[in-house]
Write a protein that binds this ligand. Structure first.
Ligand SMILES: NC(=O)c1ccc[n+]([C@@H]2O[C@H](COP(=O)([O-])OP(=O)(O)OC[C@H]3O[C@@H](n4cnc5c(N)ncnc54)[C@H](O)[C@@H]3O)[C@@H](O)[C@H]2O)c1
Ligand SMILES: [Zn+2]
Ligand SMILES: [Zn+2]
Length: 389
């Protein structure tokens, strides 16, 4: 079958790879209908997560039709249209029972790398390097879905492919940021990054009752979307004093909840950016954390910061003093998708959560290289590139 593969730093190409087979009794095989790029792929392609091998199939957010079912699968049959959680979780271990699906003890078949990096291994993820289990990704004609009763969800008939696709990863990630960030009715919430993840976090904050939700980015076309489709207020960090504006819009206290949806390749103004970029290139730090710094610095005393952006290792100039003295709660996680996806599909069916606008470009796998370039360089107002294999 055809698949989009990693060929080296910032290089992808279509290759012919073997069709996936059922390997365990809980697997299904899906024919991929839609598979979408994610900001996490950019860190991978940029070489910041150095555990890829040439020929690895990439992609982890997808929707498909079940074409083959393992003997122990209970919830799915051939022909079901399913959206699949990007993190692979067994549903039975101690962490899965607490619904911390990305922390699953059994999802990552190659735990050595992350055990060394982080002290303990986290779950597995499709198309996301050998550190995350080396699973074949979803930018392909077919994908094997392990633990399908746990990670695949039947899509209600009334929900379009373009909407349901975002219940795979961006939607639940954003929801987790607002939920575990502790958003309460009446809160002021600031979200750094107006990509798909940031917009989904902002929408979740609104649906959880936040009074004001403010999206921060430098791309006006993304901020316009956040206003139009998400109902958020916006700030362009290249043109505004973010700290002063956030104070102004929160009665002088600062936002109650700050959600970071940018990750390890954050932009910043002036000297801070040059410093981080040089250190990252020299591998003296693995991650550029400008948005995390800003979130911690600008959060109100006693407030909460949730880090959704992906980080790999160590950062420099982490504002520990601000965090400690201001009494902040700082959390982060890879998404606990399975916890939220069924609820998000219901909200999608009711029209409370719209996502079609995020799918700005649709193309075939053959155009994968161009699709990633547009997404990476934010060309032609790209938010996400959707592949139709
Ligand atoms: N925690 C999870 O489970 C999970 C799941 C999916 C994605 N992610 C991560 O979420 C992050 C966002 O993903 P995405 O798909 O929306 O990516 P994206 O690249 O489309 O969007 C990131 C946005 O951040 C903006 N940005 C850069 N520096 C900024 C700064 N200093 N302040 C404010 N905004 C800034 C960029 O202009 C861009 O619009 C990535 O790091 C991705 O890896 C995490
Ligand atoms: Zn993703
Ligand atoms: Zn588990």
């Amino acid at each position: 079958m055809k698949a989009l593969c990693w060929e080296g730093v910032n290089k992808v190409a279509v290759e012919n790879v073997p069709d996936p087979q059922i390997r365990n009794s809980g697997d299904v095989i899906v024919k991929v209908l839609r598979s979408v790029t994610c900001g996490s792929d950019l860190h991978l392609l940029g070489g910041y997560i150095p555990f890829m091998r040439q020929g690895d199939v990439i992609g982890h957010e997808f929707l498909g039709e079940v074409v083959e079912v393992g003997p122990d699968v209970r919830n799915h049959s051939v022909g079901d249209r399913v959206v699949v959680s990007s993190f692979i979780a067994c549903g039975k271990c101690w962490h899965c029972r607490r619904e911390e699906y990305s922390l699953c003890d059994n999802g990552n078949t190659n735990p050595d790398i992350t055990e060394t990096l982080w002290g303990q291994a986290v779950g597995g993820c499709y198309g996301y390097s050998h550190a995350m289990g080396g699973f074949a990704g979803s930018h392909a004609e077919y994908t094997r879905v392990p633990f399908a009763d746990v990670g695949a969800f039947t899509v209600p008939e009334s929900v379009s492919n373009e909407r349901a696709l975002f219940a795979s990863d961006a939607g639940p990630t954003g929801w987790m940021g607002a939920d575990l960030g502790g958003v309460k009715p009446g809160d002021v919430v600031a979200v750094w990054g107006a990509g798909a993840v940031g917009q989904m976090a902002a929408r979740a904050a609104t649906l959880l009752g936040a009074d004001r939700v403010i999206c921060i980015d430098k791309y006006d076309y993304r901020l316009v979307m956040a206003e139009r489709y998400v109902g958020a207020e916006t700030l362009n960090f290249e043109r505004t004093d973010v700290g002063a504006e956030l104070l102004e819009r929160s009665g002088g206290r600062g936002p109650d909840v700050c959600i970071e949806a940018v990750g390890m390749e954050a932009d910043a103004d002036g000297a801070q950016h040059v410093y981080d970029k040089v250190k990252q290139q020299l591998r003296l730090e693995t991650d550029r954390a400008a948005a995390v710094r800003s979130a911690i610095y600008n959060c109100r005393k006693g407030g909460s910061v949730f880090i959704l952006g992906v980080f790999a290792g160590v950062v420099d100039k982490f504002p520990l003093g601000a965090m400690m003295n201001k009494g902040l709660t700082v959390r982060g996680a890879q998404m606990y998708g399975q916890r939220y996806t069924p609820m998000l599909l219901e909200r999608m069916a009711r029209g409370e959560l719209v996502t079609e606008h995020l799918a700005t470009h649709t193309m075939s796998l053959d155009d994968g290289s161009q699709g990633y370039r547009m997404f990476k360089e934010k060309l032609d107002d790209c938010v996400r590139t959707v592949f139709v294999p």
